[in-house]
Design a protein around this ligand. Structure first.
Ligand SMILES: [Zn+2]
Length: 315
């Protein structure tokens, strides 16, 4: 097509919808719902499994096919009264090197192992598919199987993240996490001088996609769940959080004796490296070194300090 100049970024060539990618159809009107069936225009009554009560006013219904199964997403409009959070607890969370996440209260959240098991199975089935003749019946059968496995992995991940984010948003009013935009700028597999090898595990190996997607989705869930309960998710400047001693504030890369262990060269404090970082995230959040440029979902937060300050922990 000539009329679309590819050299100009704003006038992008339109992309056709592709069969099999994000297939779905939305019905903005003309639908009806009772307890066991949905009426869709031009289709008629279709039985469905009502997995939960439908609160609020129904705005539309989207039908999708995932892994050979049909799903109805029902969008509702609902007023939520936001009061004060029942607790005044604060917590810092850091992305784990060896685990999914580390909390400043000393909790390590695993979760990677069960994902790994799924990923290994998936890789095995994908190798099987590669050996089959493309387009053959056996190939199609294997493809359906793999698509089902992807769906299953996504469900396992969603379930894990929802349980975790619900629990945290119930127990803590303020949750501090690293500002991702800043972290991504300096992120590489080897790391920089400032943050040596932080992302080695996350950037390589089987767990990369699962960890990355999981962490983004986890923050998204935490953000809205905290907001609903009157709490708040706050992004902090992640600078030095992995090298600073959460006990005395001494900051040096020598403090990281290994990927997993933090040992302060001054006071001798020893801690799991991820938990030490989570404790720093909490301290940084409390002392107000909040990334001003990073308001999550556009909601108002009140930064109490500037970003570039490095505040040592008083001891
Ligand atoms: Zn120390």
């Amino acid at each position: 097509m000539d009329c679309f100049d590819k050299s100009q970024p704003l006038k992008r060539t339109p992309v056709f919808k592709k069969r099999g990618l994000n297939d779905g159809i939305r019905f903005p009107q003309g639908f009806k719902i009772d307890n066991r069936r949905i009426f869709l225009p031009k289709i008629g009554w279709v039985g469905f499994y009502k997995s939960c009560e439908i609160p609020g006013k129904i705005k539309n219904i989207t039908i999708t096919n995932r892994g050979g199964q049909w799903f109805a997403s029902i969008q509702v409009e609902q007023m939520i009264e936001i009061g004060n959070h029942s607790s005044d607890s604060e917590i810092g969370i850091d992305v784990g090197v060896k685990c999914f996440a580390a909390f400043s209260d000393g909790t390590l959240v695993e979760g990677v192992n069960s994902f790994r098991k799924h990923e290994e199975r998936l890789a095995r089935e994908q190798r099987k598919m590669a050996r089959k003749k493309r387009g053959s019946n056996n190939w199609k059968k294997q493809k359906r199987k793999i698509s089902g496995m992807h769906h299953n992995i996504a469900n396992v991940r969603q379930d894990f993240l929802h349980k975790l984010s619900t629990e945290i948003s119930k127990n803590h009013a303020k949750v501090y996490v690293e500002g991702l935009q800043i972290r991504n700028m300096s992120a590489s597999a080897k790391g920089t001088i400032e943050e040596p090898g932080r992302n080695v595990k996350a950037k390589s190996g089987l767990n990369k996609s699962i960890l990355d997607q999981g962490w983004h989705e986890f923050r998204r869930q935490l953000d809205y769940k905290l907001f609903w309960r009157g709490g708040m998710l706050v992004e902090v400047n992640p600078r030095h959080t992995s090298q600073r001693c959460s006990c005395c504030g001494y900051t040096a890369k020598e403090n990281r004796t290994s990927q997993a262990l933090f040992r302060c060269q001054v006071c001798g404090y020893e801690e799991n490296a991820d938990i030490n970082a989570a404790k720093n995230v909490l301290t940084v959040g409390r002392t107000g070194m909040i990334c001003q440029a990073n308001h999550i979902s556009g909601r108002q937060q009140k930064p109490a300090g500037t970003r570039e300050e490095v505040l040592p922990v008083a001891s």
